[in-house]
Write a protein that binds this ligand. Structure first.
Ligand code: AP5
Ligand code: MG
Length: 190
């Protein structure tokens, strides 16, 4: 059976991490979040983690080279997986091209890119709400949250056209209850 490789796409606070939890259980997939991987490096106090910490604290994107290397390692470490949910990756054209090259070399291409759509003011509200308890430095300051959203608009949102050209882009309304949105995603996966 062919593998299910989903890019779960959307701006900061769109619900990528929240929805990934349900989808990995439902479809038996491996969850790959570059944000989570970078935060784990930071917790472990690695050189990479310390370097990334500053950039993440400003709300800017970490270098393509670093995140592509992390994803490559994880794909190679999970060859038996039924498929992957890519959460927060790719975020630039270079990352998308690198991901396609890795997956196409294994004849396991991206199945679909599902883009959660949420208005900016709702994103800011959600992230400031989480910042009160999460301890994530990039959630505690509205200026940093808006920088993250600008980075998304400038560098990441153009990937909709990249996947659209492959017939893989699907927009999903990301406003509503968590369950409603899971239902929309499952319907889109089919
Ligand atoms: P990353 O960790 O990927 O963060 P992000 O994309 O900025 O956004 P979040 O993870 O905060 O949002 P989410 O969409 O997962 O939403 P969530 O489910 O948590 O990246 C962090 C940083 O790492 C980047 O800024 C960058 O520096 C670096 N980085 C990571 N990947 C990179 C890459 N590929 N290239 C370069 N740099 C990279 O939900 C958010 C909140 O909303 C939660 O509190 C949740 O409970 C709530 N919520 C969820 N669903 C709903 C709902 N339906 N209604 C109401 N509230 C909801
Ligand atoms: Mg997340």
């Amino acid at each position: 059976m062919s593998k299910l490789n989903i890019v779960l796409f959307g701006p900061p606070g769109a619900g990528k991490g929240t929805q990934s939890e349900f989808l990995i259980k439902k479809y038996g997939l491996v969850h790959l979040s570059t944000g989570d991987l970078l935060r784990a490096e930071k917790e472990a106090g690695t050189e990479l983690g310390l370097m990334a910490q500053e950039i993440m604290g400003r709300g800017e994107l970490v270098s393509d080279e670093i995140v592509i290397g992390m994803i490559r390692n994880k794909i190679e470490a999970n060859t038996a997986a039924k498929g992957f949910i890519f959460d927060g990756f790719p975020r630039t054209q270079a990352q998308a091209v690198a991901l396609d090259a890795m997956l196409n070399a294994k004849s396991e291409p991206i199945t679909a890119m599902l883009a959660l759509e949420v208005p900016e003011e709702e994103l800011v509200k959600r992230l400031l709400g989480r910042g009160a308890t999460s301890g994530r430095a990039d959630d505690s300051n509205e200026g940093v949250i808006r920088t993250r959203i600008r980075e998304y608009e400038n560098k990441t949102a153009p990937l909709k056209a990249y996947y659209s050209a492959q017939g893989k882009y699907k927009a999903i309304n990301g406003v509503g209850s968590v369950e409603e949105i899971t239902g929309r995603l499952m319907k889109a996966i089919g």
